[in-house]
Design a protein around this ligand. Structure first.
Ligand code: ADP
Ligand code: 5GP
Length: 203
């Protein structure tokens, strides 16, 4: 069995990562998702253990000390990190897994796992990003301002990614994301076991 693949998804807050992924998992229910551990306050519409495990700073720092994180970062004053064990287990098990991380987290993962595939979600414009964050209504004006301040620095690093998707028309963007996963599965290194088995039978 070939190993699963790691897909990294990043994009500024409000670019539509969650919306896109909800649609992607409907199309590709076989994909696994890495649940991050984070220290920010839970939002009204969030369920613990769905996208995030909400933990204290002390618990998070213990995970750092015990080397239990594949990557982590501080974003607008809170820790966000990817627990290592579930990601490695999925890959070993042959499952493809998606991690959603910020640009710093993505750089850390790329360094450790250069075979991963990374995708940056871009809003059609900064104005649209601002209005989506305001319409979502999950953060105070101050917190929206802090997220928009981070956004430009994140967008400036979009070139570090293998792919960029503009999330303007939602269905088009979801199809593009799904296509990236489909084509990744056709890569020669993912089919090496089959290639070898055909050759071995005829030797
Ligand atoms: P992120 O996870 O990147 O922070 P969200 O998925 O929460 O972003 O999207 C931010 C807001 O933008 C949400 O209110 C969502 O409904 C809206 N949104 C996402 N994608 C689109 C799109 N293609 N067109 C219009 N609105 C969108
Ligand atoms: P939010 O608070 O809007 O859910 O997420 C804020 C930012 O943290 C987003 O850019 C999101 O991609 C990023 N993020 C979510 N989970 C992780 C994680 O596990 N590690 C890192 N480094 N960033 C994360």
């Amino acid at each position: 069995m070939s190993r699963g693949r790691l897909f990294i998804i990043s994009g500024p807050s409000g670019s539509g990562k969650d919306t896109l992924m909800t649609e992607l998992f409907k199309m590709r229910p076989e994909l696994k998702f890495s649940i991050s551990s984070i220290t920010r306050d839970i939002r009204e519409n969030e369920k613990p253990g769905e996208k995030y495990n909400f933990i204290t700073r002390e618990q998070f720092e213990r995970m750092i000390d015990n080397d239990q994180l594949l990557e982590y970062n501080v974003f607008v004053g809170n820790y966000y990190g990817t627990p290592k064990a579930p990601v490695l287990a999925a890959i070993e098990n042959g499952d493809d897994i998606i991690v959603e991380v910020d640009v710093n987290g993505a750089a850390q993962i790329r360094e450790k796992m250069p075979e991963s595939t990374s995708v940056f979600i871009l809003p059609p414009s900064f104005e649209v990003l601002k209005s989506r964050l305001q319409k979502r209504g999950t953060e105070s004006d101050d917190k929206i301002k802090a997220r928009l301040e981070c956004a430009l620095g994140e967008i400036a690093r979009a070139g570090e990614y293998d792919y960029v998707i503009v999330n303007d028309d939602l269905q088009k963007a979801v199809n593009e994301l799904s296509d990236i996963i489909r084509l990744d599965r056709l890569k020669s290194d993912r089919n090496q076991i089959l290639i070898n088995s055909i050759l071995e039978k005829e030797r």
